[in-house]
Design a protein around this ligand. Sequence first.
Ligand code: PMP
Length: 365
Amino acid sequence: MTTDRVFNFSPGPAILPLSVLEHAQKELLALPGIGMSVMEIGHRTKPFDAIMTETRQLLTELLGIPAGYTLLFLQGGASLQFSMLPMNFLRGTGKTADYILTGTWGTKGKEEAEKEGKVNVAWDGKADNYSYLPTESDLKLSSDAAYVHVTSNETIQGVQFQSDPKFGSAPLVCDASSDFMCRPLDFAKYDILYACAQKNAGIAGVTVVILKNEMLERCAKGLPSTLDYKLIAKNDSLYNTPPVFAIYMLMLVCRWLKNDMGGLAKMEAHNRKKAQLLYDVIDRSEGFYRGHARPDCRSLMNVTFRLPNEEVEGKFVSEAKTHKLVDLKGHRSVGGIRASIYNAMPIEGVETLAQYMTDFAKKNR
Ligand code: PMP
C-alpha cells in the first residue's frame, strides 16, 4: 500500500507524516484498552479527556507557551477566526483594528473585520502583488488599536515573516495557519495566535486558538455561545461536541514532532534545509525560474515561482506527475508553481523535486 504514495505538494489539506497515518490506521477500529474507535467514544469520557489533555500538554511544550494563556480547540476553520476575532474584540469597543495586508489571507481577515467595526489598513502589499513584507517603519498603526492582525505566512504568495512579527503596542493577533509549528516562536509576543490544522498540524476540522487570559476578559457580551471565546474557554473547549478525530490526529502529529523530529528547533533546521534546496535551484537557473517572493521574505513552507510562460508551466506540472510529484500548480491569483513543503514533506520529496526542476530547465530553456 504505502509504495503507492506520491510526493504531495498540496497547500492544504496537505501531506501527513506516514507514521502518523499508520498509527491512526492501527487504532482506527479500537483504541488500545478501550475497544472502540476514537470516533465512537463520548467527548466527556475519560479516554477522550486523556487525548485532549495530552494534546494540550504537547502543544504547550512544543510551542513554549508560557503560563497565563488558554488553548482552545475550535471548528469553522481559520476563516471562522476572521469573524470571531472582531466579534469578540472589536464589536462595541468604538476602537479600530489594525490589519497588515501581506496577501490573500490577511485581506480576507480584514474584510470580515469590516463587518464588525472600524478597520485601519496599516500596510497593503497589493501594488507589488504581495511579494514582500513590511518592517515596523512602513506601518501606519492606529494610536489605540483594539488589536493588530498579522499573517505570519501567506500560503498563496509564499511570503513569511522571518521572525516573530511583533508590531506596535496593541494586542498582537497572528494567523499562523500555514506555518504553525514550523519553527520555535517567542510566544510571549503574541496575545492571540491561531491556526487551522490541515497544513502543519493534522487534518481539517480543528482550529487551534491560543489566547492570553487577559484577552478573555475583553470578549464582547451577548455573542452566540459557540462564537464566544470566554464561554468556550470556561467549558474547556467542550461547550459542544468538539471535532474528536481531528483533535486525535493533532495529538499524533504533536507526538511525531516531539519524538521523531525532536522538537521545533530541529524541525526548523530541517525545514530550512528543504526550502534551501528549492530556492538554490531557482537562484541558479539564470532566470528560467523566477521566485515570486523577494528573497528576504521567502517562505519555508510555500515556495512560489514562475516559469518563462504559462505553456511551459503547464508542461512542468503535468510532467512532474510522472516523477510522483503532485499538486504543484500555483494559486490562480499568483499563477505559476507553488510547492508546499510543510513539516511532513520528507527531504526525499524535495530532493526529487529539485532534481526534476534542474533537468526540466535544461530541456526547456
Ligand atoms: N489563513 C491562512 C494563512 C490559510 O492558508 C488558510 C487556508 N488556506 C486560511 C486562513 C483559511 O483556513 P480554513 O480553510 O481552515 O478556513
